[in-house]
Design a binder for this molecule. Structure first.
Ligand SMILES: [Zn+2]
Length: 271
């Protein structure tokens, strides 16, 4: 599955991405010929992106949307706290938080790279423009998850307050987008035992943290100088969306990793 970057040929324009992520693209008409030429096309490894950037393209190493691993059980019966995914495969996971800036290039970047991020969104941001996030969900196969209604620091807050922030956010997202979120991420990564109780009671299957982040177009690691298999990467919906997302893609390519959907490895059903 490792790819080498290659020059983008004009022929890429008619390549249809496999795995059902894109609509079939009509082949150019050759009305004057009567013979059929069958050409084998190699999937693109990179395509031109917004603002002239080159966007690495990742082929799906398995059928996305199919369970690859079950969500781990926490010893205390509450929802587990997941910081990274235990996997022997060269996979990483991209998560995008908040929703403050609805960058017009986000949909195209997700679609053209063939990557399906997990979005942890606040009610206060989604309500400024639900169709933007619905398009990411419906057209780029991004999965939307909960991140509280108003993005407070939950640590030390009472149960009712936390439950309202968490369940209320899930209810809102389900109402707007038609899908109930299954994963929860606390704002600032701050949580306590009450947070886990409330999130469990709201029906979430995991509390998701992260092991690397992208800021200002730079991938930052919590340990070591590269991304590792199983890393969960955090970025945000910011003005720097293109720089951040492309930095993540380039880093994956450099480190020999393929981004795959987090939900497939935190499945409530067995593979
Ligand atoms: Zn946040």
């Amino acid at each position: 599955m490792r790819r080498i970057r290659a020059a983008v040929a004009a022929a890429l324009a008619v390549v249809t991405v496999s795995c059902g992520t894109a609509e079939p693209v009509a082949q150019p008409s050759t009305a004057t010929t009567t013979t059929t030429t069958v050409t084998t096309t190699t999937p693109p490894t990179a395509v031109p992106g917004p603002g002239g950037v080159t966007v690495p393209v990742f082929q799906h190493p398995y059928r996305f949307g199919s369970a690859q691993a079950k969500v781990p059980a926490a010893p205390d019966g509450l929802l587990p706290v997941v910081r990274r995914i235990e996997t022997d495969k060269p996979y990483v996971f991209i998560t995008i938080d908040d929703g403050a800036v609805r960058h017009p290039a986000a949909l195209e970047l997700m679609r053209s790279s063939n990557v399906r991020p997990s979005l942890f969104l606040n009610t206060k941001h989604v309500q400024d423009g639900p169709p933007f996030f619905k398009a990411l969900q419906d057209q780029a196969h991004a999965k939307v998850h909960a991140h509280t209604a108003t993005h407070p620091n939950l640590q030390g807050k009472g149960y009712e307050f936390q439950k309202q922030e968490i369940c209320g956010n899930a209810d809102y997202l389900e109402g707007q987008l038609g899908v109930r979120p299954t994963l929860f991420r606390p704002p600032f990564g701050n949580y306590d035992g009450t947070t886990r109780r409330a999130a469990t009671d709201c029906g979430f299957s995991a509390l998701v943290m992260w092991t690397a982040a992208v800021n200002d177009g730079v991938v930052q690691f919590q340990a070591g100088g590269k991304l590792n298999a199983g890393d969960i990467v955090l970025m945000h919906f910011r003005q720097s969306f293109v720089e951040d997302f492309v930095a993540f893609l380039n880093r994956c390519e450099q480190d020999g990793l393929t981004p795959v959907p987090l939900e497939d490895f935190l499945s409530t059903t067995a593979p």
